[in-house]
Design a binder for this molecule. Structure first.
Ligand SMILES: [Zn+2]
Ligand SMILES: [Zn+2]
Length: 390
């Protein structure tokens, strides 16, 4: 059994020929650039590339297979040069019967499965080439389609106020899924504004594996959150088993932002431009009486049915600040660190403090040390504005 660094939610901005795929993502995020960046600079072992339902992306994948740069492996997944395995996926937006909109991630083993999924989704998505995601299907229908095409489904960033399972649509899975459907969903994605302590206040999640992913819309954001997964080997079959915690495979650690750094941690009034960071939860602004953009923390406390209770399988959640978010670390300093220590995972997990001090001045080395141990001082985010290191 080995431990692997995994970020399973990375978007594609453009196809290899420059044509757009996901409009809101950077156009330097091509399939090929993501794979190379994730391997060389980030130091990831397993990545989930979203937006692969676009036939443009499927063309890029097939070209890379033909040229021998990547290959489909036994058990599913795509391997790039012996070092990194890609799980291709999609993010789909539902329209639930109660009007709520939810993002779901779907992961697939082979290009053929992806194509099957795209062919079906083409009937519901306005332009399958552009990863617009909007389908008009319910979560239950998306689950059925995903499974029929050989994939697995995971609700994305489940607590964010816009387009998410608990943040935007439901208080419980019982409102949308049957017991059997719910049990075929192995995991949920926490999203940047939540962590294990917050999510384990919902008893219905105790049997779900938690994923912490970057949801990167640009290259530097890859691996701002990631997971350490203990698996027998890197392929889709073992990944699926790890999410279901079969054969002793499991997520061992979630590395994520302190939830206070997320954009939607606390409630925010867009009219008064005010964030509420006290211990109260409220639905409307006490100043103007208008509806607040509910913070993730506030939403969780609203629907929680228990105090924090971690099931025994739950991995440790480690609050970590991405290197580029540490004040004083810009592109140049990061490049210097990567030149000396290879990749970000090395800098964060294996480089000794004494080695850091050889490259960085004392003050900066101390800051990196604090950030990787989760001791940085933080001001909460809300209403679409990220929190800050102070
Ligand atoms: Zn999303
Ligand atoms: Zn996303």
């Amino acid at each position: 059994m080995s431990k692997y660094f995994a970020d399973l939610h990375i978007h594609i901005g453009a196809a290899g020929d420059g044509k757009p795929v996901k409009i809101t993502a950077s156009n330097s995020l091509t399939f090929e650039n993501i794979v190379k960046e994730s391997k060389t600079r980030k130091g990831l072992d397993l990545i989930g590339i979203i937006d692969c339902a676009s036939p443009r992306v499927q063309n890029d994948i097939e070209e890379m297979i033909e040229s021998g740069e990547i290959k489909e492996i036994e058990g599913g997944g795509l391997k790039y040069k012996e070092d990194i395995v890609i799980i291709p996926g999609a993010e789909i937006e539902s329209r639930e019967e109660n009007g709520g909109m939810v993002h779901y991630l779907a992961y697939f083993p082979f290009v053929d499965n992806l194509k099957e999924f795209s062919t079906i989704m083409d009937q519901y998505i306005t332009n399958i080439n552009l990863s617009s995601q909007v389908t008009g299907l319910t979560g239950s229908e998306i689950l059925q389609i995903t499974e029929a095409a050989g994939g697995i489904m995971v609700p994305a960033h489940v607590f964010t106020p816009h387009k998410s399972f608990y943040g935007n649509a439901f208080e419980s899975y019982k409102e949308v899924f049957t017991e059997q459907e719910w049990s075929s969903i192995p995991a949920i994605e926490l999203g940047l504004s939540a962590d294990t302590d917050l999510a384990d206040r919902l008893s219905e999640l105790s049997n779900k594996t938690f994923l912490s992913n970057s949801d990167a819309h640009s290259i530097p954001k890859i691996a701002r959150e990631y997971n350490v997964i203990e698996m027998e080997s890197l392929n889709f079959t073992q990944f699926k088993k790890a999410l279901f915690r079969q054969d002793n495979q499991n997520i061992k650690e979630n590395y994520g932002l302190d939830p206070r750094l997320g954009k939607y941690h606390r409630s925010f009034c867009p009219d008064c431009n005010q964030k509420f960071i006290d211990h109260k939860t409220r639905a409307v602004c006490p100043n103007c009486g208008k509806k607040l953009i509910k913070g993730v923390k506030d939403r969780i406390l609203e629907i929680a049915d228990q105090e924090i209770k971690h099931p025994s399988h739950r991995g440790e959640y480690i609050h970590q600040v991405p290197l580029l978010d540490i004040p004083g670390i810009g592109k140049k300093t990061l490049a210097k660190l990567l030149n000396n220590f290879n990749n970000e995972m090395e800098v964060i997990h294996h480089t000794k403090f004494s080695e850091l001090k050889e490259i960085l001045n004392d003050k900066l080395a101390q800051r990196v040390e604090k950030a990787r141990k989760g001791n940085a001082k933080i001001e909460s985010g809300g209403g679409g504005n990220y929190g800050k290191i102070v």
